[in-house]
Design a protein around this ligand. Sequence first.
Ligand code: ADP
Ligand code: MG
Length: 681
Amino acid sequence: MTLGKSWFDSLSNLKGIGPVKVQQFQQIGIASIKDLLFHFPFRYEDIQVRELATILDQEKITLKGKIVSEPVVQFFGRKKSRLNFRLAVSDHEIISVTFFNQPYLKNSIHLGETQAVYGKWQSNQQNLLGMKLIKQAESDQDFAPIYHTTKGLRQPQIIQAIKQAFEEYFEEIPELLPHYLNEKYQMIPLAQALFQMHFPKNGEESKQAKRKIIFQEFFLFQWRLQLATQRQRKQTGTRILYDVEELKEVIQSIPFNLTTAQKRAVNEICYDLMADFPMRRMLQGDVGSGKTLVAFLAMIASVIAGYQTALLVPTEILAKQHVKSFNRMFESIGLRAELFVSVMNTAEKKAIIDGLHTGRIRIVIGTHALIQDAIKFKNLGLAIIDEQHRFGVGQRQAMLNKGVDKDSINLLQMTATPIPRSLALSLYGEMSVSTIDELPNGRQPITTVLVEEEQIETVYQSMADELSAGHQIYYVLPLIESSEHMEQIENVLEVSDKLRARFPNYQVDVLHGQLDKTEQQVVMESFGNNQTQILVATTMVEVGVDVANATVIVIQSAERFGLAQLHQLRGRVGRSNLASYCYLISKPTTEQGKARMQIMSQHQDGFIISQEDMKIRGMGDVLGRNQSGLPQFHYANIFEDQHVLEVARQEVGQLLKTPERLSEEEILTLSQWVEKQMIEV
Ligand code: ADP
Ligand code: MG
């Protein structure tokens, strides 16, 4: 390595990359040489040389041969020109090649030389309409890379920059994986893999490169994850020594029986609470499986033991709902939860802040407002984070920092995308996992029906039936990002007017982002009390909202939603023993769209749905929006590459037990990498 030169250097070190280009590259997330090298093509143009007989008319292909005529340029009109030459593509086949309006190419065409040309085949004229002259260096490759780009940044400029980066920084590309693993799994060095990701000569090279990159991504993820766990395990935690009998009494007071899975989860959590290491546990369970109640019981255990507890949730509506249902269930036995959200007035906030500080308030439920500096707990022993994927690492850490003793606080996170045990082990590290794998007794599968707009009458009919049975309805409209706020609301208002006209005997209300938070809560409250029967809403009802009497959810333009989101939305119904219905109104125009709607009508299991979604849409797309709550990978796919993930997990586990296998330099490289790359854990 050259002293002072590193692949973390800014792009501006490359020739021809001035401040404007730096800006443009930044827009696609590229700041350093390293970022650039990891900016892989999203696809490759197939430039494998093909036999004439196999090429269709108008097909885009690459042909290679010997130039057998001097190039001729004819000019016509003011700026137009045609360049022509002949190419012998085999012993007995000579074709003509034409380039329009690129007369300067003439200088690159030399009689007798071998040349590859990419273009469109015109079979009648036996002519290749040239689109690109492929340079000697490239013409022994089968694929040409195509990159994601942005305004002002052209493909050739990206390619140029990448080539330059390889020329000048090849030596600076470190090897991150331990040598013996590269040997064991016969993986090529990183520098070579990166090069082959961009410029594979053939399918084999491309495969080799991907294999390395995927393994490396998983390995580094595991390395960080397991290191963090290892450190964490050494901490001593706040021991929550609650009175088991007292907790049992509380459970007795609940108006229904816990499911077996809920009981198991409560036991697992309580065991951790009592243990002398700080709990780090994930509670996973599909939508409607009853995670909240389990969380409440853990909170109560910690209160019984004399500690404070906090539940962090992503929306104010949800915070309010949780407070309400907590108090409805437990206030009569002397347990009261307080709300803390940003819309409260100063006096209300102050009362809570003081109460938490002095220890008078023992249970608080709130939004991210809870993690602000002003909030200090007397003795926070247990923090719970609902819908964990809605919070970033920083927010999570801020919550943990409020514990009696930093690092020692017990943490429970909740997720609605349950994943299989083996996968959970690899993704959540040694973080313990509790799974609620059954729905409360008597729950019926939600009947999911795909309908087109024209068949809306059947939907209205079903709505009418359910309304007259005394049940309630969600009617959800997509948020259309590009449209104006006003348009959005008009849309909501228009639909609600339509429904009012159609169902004059029922109350129809609207919920959308333009209402202020207090108004939103009033709307939710009256829906919760069944003062409103039909709620027309944008996606604000997506997360966690719990109104058991609602039995129908109609989702308009369903194709606009991600599957994880649709699954969440559908989970708003089917929260009691009543039969319930989900109508997906959509007219998917693509095969992909159709397939996605089919998945929704065929599956109710959130894990299967996210897996199928990824199969159809590809990883980045689904995880880009991160609605599934699963960790994100750039190049690897946790489903398709699950066995690689598993191998990486085991190898890292082994390594941490026998670190002497690594050279000092290897250890240094890895720890530097971990420092530079914040991989979410
Ligand atoms: P989620 O796992 O989606 O967060 P919730 O915790 O909101 O699910 O629970 C869904 C609904 O089921 C709530 O109305 C809750 O009160 C109810 N519930 C939870 N556990 C049980 C149970 N054991 N028996 C009956 N109903 C239950
Ligand atoms: Mg929930």
